[in-house]
Design a protein around this ligand. Structure first.
Ligand SMILES: Cc1ncc(COP(=O)(O)O)c(C=O)c1O
Length: 379
C-alpha cells in the first residue's frame, strides 16, 4: 500500500466497450503464467501439494503475517474445514450481513446458524447482540470482517472468552489488510480467506485457512487431504480441500502484482470519495486509525432502497452493474428455519451498494457512477 498511487492507476479508453461489473478479474501477463506452468510440465505434478502450492503458501504466510497457512481449493471449503477443525456443532452465532457462503457452510456442516444483528456503523456483527443470543447450545462464533474492515475484535474476543467459545473469522475480504500493525488473519482461533477470481488476490478459484495453534494446524492439514497420515494410514475423516498446481501458478503470477493492484484500487476509491465529498445523504465506510485497509470494496450507504434501485436501474441502462452486496440478509435465506428479525441488517441490506472498483476502470465510468449516486442521494 505504498508508492505513488496516482501514477499507478490505469485509465482506459474514453469509450469503454461491454458491460462494467462491480469488479473485473486481474489477469497477470500470459507469459508470466506460462513461465510458471513450464515447471508443472517439467515435473508432471498437477496437484497433491506440489512445489507451486508450497511456494505460494510460504509467500502468503509471510505477506499475511500468520503462523500457519493452508491453501485450499476455495473459500467455502476453507470455511467448512475451519468449522470442522474447531469442532463447531449445534448452534453457531453468525452475522446476517455477509456473503451466502458464511451461512451455507455452517448449514452444510450440520450446524444451526444463530444470527446476531450487526452494528449500524461498521456493518459487522455486534458483540452485544452476540452475547444476547448465547445459550448452553452455542458452540462457536463465525464473524465476517466485511469489506476488509475489522469486526469489533476486542468486543467479540471478550464475549468469546467469557463464555469459553472459539472464533472463526471469515476474512475473505481482508487480503493484505492489517489491524494494529498485524495481519488481519492473525485474529481469532482460525481465519479463512477466498482467492476467488473477483478478489484482490486470486488463484481463479482458491482460498486458505490460517491458524496460530500448532495442534489445530495439524488437524487442518490432514482434514484438507482426506484425513491421510501417509499413504496407508489416516488421522481421521477429512475432505479434498487441496489447491491444484495450476491454480497455485495463477496465484503466484497474481501475487507479483498485488501491491500495485491495491494501490490502483486505492486511487479509484479515493477518486470516488473526492467526487462525492460533501454530498448529503451518503455514508462511506472508512478505515479507523488502527486499520491499514486494502480497498477491497467500495460500499456506500444510500438514504433508502428507492435510491439504491434508482442508481441500479439508471446505471444498468449504461451497462454498469454495481452490486447490492450483501443482499438479501442471510437470516432470510430460503431453507432456513424462520427466526427473529434483524432490524439493522435488514435495513442495511436495502441501503448498501458496492460501486465498481478495479485497476484500469475507465474514468468516465467513475464519473457516471458518481453522478448517479449524487443524483439519487439528492432526491
Ligand atoms: C465473505 C465471503 N465469505 C466466503 C466466500 C466464499 O469464497 P469462495 O467463493 O472462494 O468459495 C466469499 C466469496 O465469494 C465471501 O465474500
Amino acid at each position: 500500500m505504498s508508492g505513488n498511487q496516482e501514477n499507478r492507476i490505469v485509465r482506459g479508453p474514453a469509450d469503454w466497450r461491454g458491460s462494467v461489473q462491480v469488479t473485473r478479474s486481474f489477469l497477470p501477463g500470459l507469459d508470466e503464467y506460462v513461465a510458471l506452468l513450464e515447471g508443472v510440465w517439467e515435473t508432471g505434478q498437477l496437484t497433491n501439494h506440489g512445489p507451486l502450492v508450497t511456494r505460494l503458501e510460504s509467500r502468503l504466510r509471510d505477506y499475511l503475517d500468520v503462523d500457519h497457512l493452508f491453501a485450499i481449493c476455495n473459500g467455502t471449503v476453507a470455511l467448512q474445514i475451519a468449522i470442522e477443525a474447531l469442532e463447531f456443532a449445534g448452534d453457531v452465532i453468525t452475522t446476517p450481513f455477509s456473503y451466502v457462503a458464511t451461512t451455507s457452510s455452517l448449514v452444510w456442516q450440520h450446524c444451526r446458524p444463530v444470527f446476531a444483528d450487526i452494528d449500524r456503523e461498521s456493518l459487522a456483527i455486534d458483540p452485544a447482540a452476540i452475547e444476547s443470543v448465547i445459550t448452553p447450545e452455542t458452540t462457536g462464533i463465525l464473524a465476517t470482517h466485511v469489506y476488509g474492515f475489522p469486526c469489533d475484535i476486542d468486543g467479540i474476543g471478550r464475549v468469546a472468552e467469557k463464555y469459553g467459545l472459539k472464533i472463526i473469522y471469515d476474512a475473505a475480504h481482508c487480503f493484505g489488510a492489517r489491524f494494529r500493525g498485524r495481519g488481519m488473519m492473525r485474529y481469532g482461533d482460525a481465519a479463512i480467506s477466498s482467492f476467488h477470481a473477483t478478489k484482490i488476490f486470486h488463484c481463479a478459484e482458491g482460498g486458505a485457512v490460517t491458524v496460530s495453534d500448532s495442534e489445530l494446524a495439524e488437524r487442518v492439514a490432514y482434514m484438507r487431504n482426506f484425513g491421510h497420515k501417509g499413504r496407508e494410514d489416516f488421522h481421521g475423516i477429512g475432505i479434498n480441500g487441496k489447491l491444484s498446481e495450476l491454480h497455485a501458478a495463477m496465484g503466484l503470477a497474481v501475487f507479483e502484482h498485488v501491491e500495485d493492484i491495491i494501490a490502483s484500487r486505492r486511487a479509484v476509491v479515493e477518486d470516488y470519495w473526492q467526487r462525492l465529498d460533501g454530498v448529503e445523504g451518503l455514508r462511506f465506510l472508512k478505515p479507523g486509525p488502527e486499520v491499514d485497509w486494502n480497498y477491497a470494496y467500495l460500499p456506500v450507504v444510500l438514504p433508502d432502497e428507492r435510491a439504491v434501485e434508482s442508481v441500479r436501474d439508471r446505471l444498468a441502462e449504461a451497462s454498469i452493474y454495481p452490486r447490492r452486496y450483501f443482499y438479501p440478509p442471510l437470516h432470510r435465506l430460503p431453507g432456513l428455519e424462520p427466526g427473529p428479525s434483524m432490524p439493522v441488517a435488514e435495513e442495511m441490506a436495502t441501503r448498501v451498494m458496492c460501486l465498481p472498483v478495479f485497476p484500469g476502470i475507465e474514468e468516465m465510468v467513475v464519473e457516471k457512477v458518481a453522478s448517479e449516486i449524487a443524483r439519487a442521494a439528492a432526491r
